[in-house]
Design a binder for this molecule. Structure first.
Ligand code: DX5
Ligand code: ZN
Length: 217
C-alpha cells in the first residue's frame, strides 16, 4: 500500500469541519479523534458528527476512539461510514470480538497502544487486525512533543507483522512532523497521523505532500 498520510482534524477549525477537510485533498484518510473525557482528559466529538462528516469528506474517515466503552461503541463508528475504526487496547474488554464486529461492518479494524502499553502480549491478535496504532504521545491533546521512547515498540511491531507474514498497517500518531516522520518510517510505520503539523501550516495540503515525500525518502 505504501506510505499514507492521515491528517488529524483535532487542531483544525472545528466549526467548519467539512471545509477544513476540503483543504487537504492529498490526504489518504481523515483522522478523527473521538474523546470521552474518561479514557482521556478531553472531550471532542462523537457519533453524530462523525456520521455527518463521513458524508462530506472525499477521503474515508479513520476514527481513533479514545473512549472507555470501546466494546459498546466501536462497531457503530464502522456502521456510521468510517473506513477504519481504531479502539484502544487499554479500553477493550474483548478485543478479538470487537475487531471481528468492526470488520463485519465493512471497516478496517485497528487497535491502539498508549506509550506504556507493550505490543508483545497482543502478538496473537495481530491477524485479527488491519492496523495497529502506536501512540507517540499520551493520547488526549494535539500539539504535544513526539516521544522517541515509542520507537522500539514500533520496530517490534514491524518484526511481528513480518514474522507472521501479515499485511497489518502500522500507524503512528502524536507529534509527527517533518522533523520526526523519517524516524517513524525508518522504524517501520507506514501510516502517519499529523495534526498540528498539517493544520498550523500555511498550506495544509502542501504539508501533507511534504510529509509523504519525506516519509518515502
Ligand atoms: C492525540 C490524538 C492525535 C492528535 C495528533 O491524542 O490522538 O491524533 O490530534 O496531533 P499532533 O499531530 O499535533 O500531535
Ligand atoms: Zn489520534
Amino acid at each position: 500500500m505504501g506510505i499514507q498520510i492521515t491528517p488529524s482534524i483535532l487542531n483544525a477549525d472545528l466549526s467548519r469541519l467539512a471545509d477544513e477537510v476540503a483543504r487537504i485533498p492529498s490526504a489518504d484518510w481523515v483522522h478523527v479523534d473521538v474523546m470521552d473525557n474518561h479514557f482521556v482528559p478531553n472531550l471532542t466529538l462523537g457519533l453524530p458528527v462523525v456520521e455527518a462528516l463521513s458524508k462530506h469528506a472525499s477521503q474515508p474517515l479513520d476514527a481513533h476512539l479514545m473512549i472507555e466503552d470501546a466494546d459498546r461503541w466501536a462497531p457503530a463508528y464502522a456502521e456510521a461510514g468510517c473506513g477504519s475504526v481504531t479502539f484502544h487496547a487499554e479500553a477493550a474488554k474483548a478485543p478479538v470480538r470487537l475487531a471481528r464486529e468492526i470488520r463485519a461492518q465493512g471497516a478496517r479494524a485497528s487497535m491502539a497502544l498508549k506509550p506504556a502499553t507493550p505490543i508483545e502480549p497482543y502478538e496473537a491478535l495481530l491477524a485479527e487486525l488491519d492496523m495497529v496504532l502506536i501512540m507517540t504521545v499520551e493520547p488526549g491533546f494535539g500539539g504535544q512533543k513526539f516521544l522517541d521512547l515509542c520507537l522500539p515498540k514500533l520496530r517490534t511491531a514491524r518484526e511481528l507483522v513480518r514474522k507472521h507474514g501479515l499485511e497489518t498497517w502500522l500507524q503512528v500518531d502524536g507529534g509527527v512532523s517533518l522533523e520526526t516522520i523519517e524516524r517513524c518510517a525508518e522504524a517501520g510505520a507506514d501510516v502517519f497521523v499529523a495534526g498540528s503539523a498539517v493544520y498550523s501550516a500555511e498550506d495544509p495540503d502542501a504539508m501533507v505532500q511534504a510529509l509523504k515525500a519525506t516519509a518515502e525518502a
